[in-house]
Ligand binder design. Structure first.
Ligand code: ATP
Length: 319
């Protein structure tokens, strides 16, 4: 049996890695894809996880599958295609150190996952189903993702959703909003950034924005991550803020995914549905997420930076 399964995109993030002897830019090949990062995070904390997605029949697709396996994520539900290459993203740094992305996804293999290719058995075997919105930018993977979420919901799984909005990837932002809101109708646990809350509700105020979503969609538990300031939660009428951990951050890549894996881990360990958590337990869930996020910022990369349970407990106990 599985504790958790995710559906979503896998891609390569080529990040700047200095220059060659000839003065030419070098790039480092990093595995990317938020839902897969969350599964890797849960695995590192001791859960059994699997990933469902589509990659190209190429060296990059084999590399990504191998990376997930290396980190203990079951890849038996992955699909390989000769119809498109594995999605690539190149990260450039401008003079001020800000990052910008160029995507090679016209189409990318991840967008071509079809409903008929979904591994329903793995979803049926897992206690938790996780998804995001990058796999909803284009068809057929948009329909595949939403049908899988709807199935998980019907089967009584705990459904978690991190929209992880990447505006550059959407041909149309109205459609992004519509599909993300459809995703909400299947979700038990939602995680947003402050920008995503604003995008979905028009609100910058955490209380007002999350109340609006709660009233419209009845989402049992919502988190808004606040960078170094920690996180905010709403469970029905109950809201709270949990401060972050002070750490020396060197690379925030994957902090949001680490947060969600830490929070979902603690939620699963409680054995309770999200609406049954006490205020104290909600604090523990957010602290676990904050600690996982904070630890991830102290190391380079996404998956390699994810903390172990021992590191997580140590940071929480030491506070
Ligand atoms: P991502 O860039 O991965 O999409 P995000 O915007 O979803 O990230 P953040 O709010 O940046 O998420 O970070 C997630 C969590 O990680 C925060 O809620 C916080 O607990 C922790 N975190 C992030 N940055 C820091 C930091 N500089 N110091 C301490 N904790 C941090």
């Amino acid at each position: 049996r599985l504790d958790a399964v995710a559906i979503g995109e896998l891609l390569i993030d080529f990040t700047p890695a200095g220059v060659s002897e000839q003065g030419l830019p070098r790039y480092e090949q990093n595995p990317g894809g938020a839902p897969a990062n969350v599964m890797a995070g849960l695995t590192k904390l001791g859960k059994r996880t699997a990933f469902i997605g589509k990659v190209g029949e190429d060296a990059f697709g084999r590399f990504l599958t191998g990376e997930l396996e290396k980190h203990g994520v079951d890849t038996g539900g992955m699909v390989f295609t000769g119809e498109a290459g594995t999605t690539l993203a190149f990260v450039s740094l401008d003079a001020g150190g800000d990052r910008s992305f160029s995507f090679y996804r016209n189409p990318g293999a991840d967008m071509l996952l079809q409903e008929s290719e979904i591994d329903w058995k793995r979803i049926g075997d897992a206690a938790l189903f996780h998804f995001g919105s990058v796999s909803m930018t284009h068809e057929p993977s948009a329909t595949a993702t939403l049908r899988a979420a709807a199935y998980a919901r019907r089967e009584g799984k705990l459904v978690s959703f991190d929209p992880n909005l990447r505006p550059l990837l959407w041909p149309d932002l109205d459609r992004a909003k519509r599909l993300i809101l459809e995703g909400l109708t299947y979700s038990d646990v939602l995680k947003l950034s402050e920008e995503e809350l604003h995008f979905l509700t028009g609100e910058r105020d955490l209380e007002a924005g999350t109340r609006q979503l709660q009233e419209q969609y009845g989402t049992p538990l919502m988190f808004v991550t606040l960078g170094p300031d920690g996180s905010f939660y709403r469970q029905g009428e109950r809201t709270g803020r949990v401060p972050g951990f002070a750490v020396k951050a060197i690379d925030t890549t994957g902090a949001g995914d680490a947060f969600f894996s830490g929070a979902l881990f603690r939620l699963m360990e409680s054995g309770k549905r999200p609406d049954a958590l006490t205020e104290e337990e909600l604090g523990e869930v957010c602290r676990s997420g904050n600690a996982a996020g904070a630890l991830t910022t102290t190391r380079k990369g996404a998956i390699p930076a994810l903390p172990s349970l021992e590191e997580l407990d140590q940071l929480i106990r030491g506070s």
